[in-house]
Design a protein around this ligand. Structure first.
Ligand SMILES: *Cc1c(COP(=O)(O)O)cnc(C)c1O
Length: 403
């Protein structure tokens, strides 16, 4: 929409330069159009705009200039034709499924996806006759084996929360395309600053703007990115009826957050790698899960797929004799921190620390948790922008004083 932009600009440039045209006031920072509706010059123009025969804003459930700015900036970063914004990451996944699936269809997903994604697809959509199969994240042959004639969509999330397992996006795209179906990738954890799923063949990219895109833990937002034929012709018109549109205020907050996405992701990844190396050498730590470490089983894939960076989330197991001991030891480490926040959010400038087995994965049975590899000694750290030594000291306070 900004016709002065030269073609072929780097995503770092687009992150600050891709914007809507300025208003008559010439504001330098993108304006926030906090309005539910738009005044029409006359009845005939209104009729053409409502019929979709003429461009022009009518009502913010359908489109809003600040939301358009967010969509265009995210599409520029993901390298897709188009993007459609939603009120949260979950509503982006709801929109994807509502727009692409019908009764009798089948979806293949990873068994270690975000918990609400698994419930939405595995339980809620099952009520409407959509079947799903959940397969091991890292095993492309399991995805292949799950394909059925009714399969319409493969849906992956890479890396996963909290164990940082990866999918080989290109391998899954090849499986999807050989069957003539679509691959969608949830790109929350790596963000387009590290990983562009469409460069490896994915058709659609899902975002929770709540995480790294905002980057400061302020608002909820989501989006689906992809080709114009799917986004502009199928998913965006569906929002008009389904109503999971993004608020202009939240769009504006995330739009401004995305200007610093690339430098935040690089800085937070660098700190996370240093912290992961330090944890790996600590005698009280049994194992560290971080794609940036050579010890990660998919390190080579991570380096290829994530621009040589591991991202800003790691997990580690505290050394313990049994599950009861592991739980009390990991609680001791978490409760000894004074810098890290004990909260479930991630992708913030503030480092957060959680015990997945009793929080995000607390509703699973012990057997399900075992299968998912989420033990009582597991701690997840989503690393922010604090000084590295302060984070080491914060974790060492608990790790060095374990009974
Ligand atoms: C948080 C998250 C979501 C859901 O996003 P919300 O904005 O919280 O609705 C989806 N996928 C992943 C990987 C997430 O981390």
């Amino acid at each position: 929409m900004n016709h002065q932009l030269a073609p072929g600009l780097h995503p770092d440039t687009l992150a600050v330069r891709q914007s809507v045209p300025r208003s008559q006031y010439g504001e330098h920072s993108e304006a926030l159009y906090l309005t539910s509706s738009f005044v029409q010059p006359d009845a005939a123009t209104a009729a053409r705009r409502f019929a979709g025969e003429e461009d022009g804003y009518t009502y913010s459930r359908t489109a809003n200039p600040t939301v358009t700015a967010f969509e265009q900036r995210l599409a520029a970063l993901e390298g897709t034709d188009s993007a459609v914004a939603t009120s949260s990451g979950m509503s982006a996944i709801l929109l994807l499924c509502l727009g692409l699936l019908k009764a009798g269809d089948h979806v293949v997903c990873s068994q270690s996806m975000f918990g609400s994604t698994m419930r939405l697809i595995g339980t809620e959509f099952a009520r409407f006759g959509v079947q799903s199969t959940f397969v091991p994240q890292t095993d492309a042959s399991a995805w292949q084996a799950a394909m059925r004639p009714e399969t319409r969509l493969l849906f992956a999330e890479t890396p996963t929360n909290p164990l940082t397992d990866l999918c080989d996006i290109q391998a899954l795209a090849d499986i999807a395309h050989a069957a003539g179906v679509l691959l969608a990738v949830d790109n929350c954890f790596a963000s387009p600053a590290l990983q562009r799923p469409t460069a490896f063949g994915a058709d659609l990219v899902i975002h929770s703007g709540t995480k790294f895109l905002d980057g400061q833990g302020r608002v909820m937002a989501g989006a689906v990115c992809g080709p114009r034929a799917l986004i502009d012709n199928i998913l965006a018109p569906l929002i008009r009826s389904a109503g999971m549109n993004l608020s202009p205020f939240n769009a504006w907050v995330v739009l401004k957050g995305m200007e610093t996405l690339s430098i935040r992701m690089k800085a937070q990844s660098a700190t996370t790698l240093t912290l992961a190396q330090w944890l790996e050498a600590h005698p009280a730590v049994a194992r560290v899960y971080y794609p940036g470490l050579p010890s990660h089983p998919q390190h080579a894939l991570a380096m290829r797929q994530q621009s040589g960076l591991g991202g800003a989330v790691l997990a580690f197991d505290v050394r313990a004799s049994d599950a009861v001991d592991a739980r009390s030891r990991s609680f001791h480490v978490i409760d000894s921190t004074r810098v890290c926040s004990i909260t479930a959010n991630l992708g913030d400038t503030k480092t957060t620390i959680t015990h997945p087995a009793s929080t995000s994965h607390g509703r699973l049975s012990e057997a399900q948790r075992q299968a998912a590899g989420i033990g009582q000694g597991l701690i997840r750290v989503a690393v922010g922008l604090e000084y590295i030594d302060d984070l080491k000291i914060d974790l060492a306070r608990g790790l060095d004083t374990l009974p």
